[in-house]
Design a protein around this ligand. Structure first.
Ligand code: ASP
Length: 320
């Protein structure tokens, strides 16, 4: 199945075969990357290509991993900082994107505070777009790297109990993970304060909605903690961060309720002491840094499939 030249806007529309294809390519590239000792990476499938990173919201992991991934595969990377661009002079997102496209890049990676912005741009641009997070809508590459990390730790996502904890209502990470994990056969539940639950949580396809952390984690194979998205709330939807931490924070005490062999995940950035304590984040259950490492690999895999869809990772391909 060829992926060539396609955008990735949302995981809701991805089928099991397509997800499997990304994971398979990621596995091949990870092996290649780990075993490589030479001066030039042996799979420069993006050589001669230009990737534009356009991030309208703050980012550490996602932006740098897209850049590293593109560079590892041989691409040039242009990082555009909206705060230092003509956006500050009133240029719209559409005009900015159209002008960037006129410079002949090959791929646009977009993060934007508005849900739907990458979709709208995909209607007017000819080059592929990867959604790097749009408002509270979706964050597809985060869900793919999370799935890759889960399968590395647990073998397969099929049949696993996955609990997503925290600000489900405003989290694009939760949404993308619910779609992806369900497609791959996991049983996904959510846990958090009622005020941070989407009104129709069950319509997203979750198995159970918990409001008690200890009950929720008791049967979970994977616990995914989320940051409270204060930037997406008009006013704080719970009494205080201290209160939030007391009821929904994972710490040395609450972690005792975890099943043996369970793993703890977090997309970052962590608010240590709020949704997760430092000792839990760096403790034996945590795979948080594996997620970060796999973030580069998954983005390599996706860009590789976009430009080199049908062939196997391992050979050098120049721009045709
Ligand atoms: N980094 C993730 C995102 O961009 C999670 C977060 O910010 O809390 O959605």
């Amino acid at each position: 199945m060829a992926w060539l030249n396609r955008s990735l806007i949302e995981t809701r529309k991805l089928g099991e075969q397509e997800i499997r294809q990304v994971l398979k390519r990621a596995g091949e590239l990870k092996k290649l990357w780990r075993g490589w000792r030479g001066t030039e990476f042996p799979h420069l499938s993006l050589r001669g290509r230009t990737v534009v990173n356009l991030f309208f919201e703050a980012s550490t992991r996602t932006r740098s991993s897209f850049e590293l991934a593109a560079r590892r595969l041989g691409a040039h990377v242009l990082n555009l900082h909206p705060e230092a661009s003509s956006v500050t002079k009133g240029e719209t997102l559409f005009d900015t994107a159209r002008n960037l496209e006129a410079m002949d890049p090959d791929l646009l990676v977009l993060r934007h505070a508005s849900a739907g912005a990458p979709y709208q741009l995909s209607k007017i641009l000819k080059i592929p777009i990867i959604n790097a997070g749009d408002g509270f809508h979706e964050h597809p590459t985060q869900a793919l790297l999370d799935l890759f990390t889960i399968e590395e730790a647990k073998g397969s996502a099929k049949g696993l109990n996955v609990l997503i904890v925290g600000d489900i209502a405003h989290s694009r990470v939760a949404r993308s993970n619910i779609y992806t994990l369900r497609t791959m056969g996991a049983r996904v539940s959510v846990c958090g304060p009622p005020s941070l639950m989407p009104p129709l949580a069950r319509e997203l396809g979750v198995a159970e909605v918990f409001h008690d952390l200890r009950k929720g984690i008791a049967d979970a194979d994977v616990v995914m903690m989320l940051r409270v998205q204060l930037e997406r709330q008009n006013q704080m939807q719970f009494p205080s961060l201290g209160e939030y931490s007391r009821f929904w924070g994972l710490n040395a005490d609450t972690v005792q309720s975890l099943k043996k062999g369970a793993i703890i995940m977090h997309p970052g950035p962590l608010n240590e002491g709020v949704e997760i304590s430092q000792e839990v984040a760096s403790g034996p259950y945590s795979v948080i840094l594996n997620q970060v490492n796999n973030g580069v690999i998954i983005r390599m895999a996706l860009m590789d499939l976009i430009f080199d869809g049908g062939s196997k990772a391992g050979g050098d391909r120049r721009r045709g």
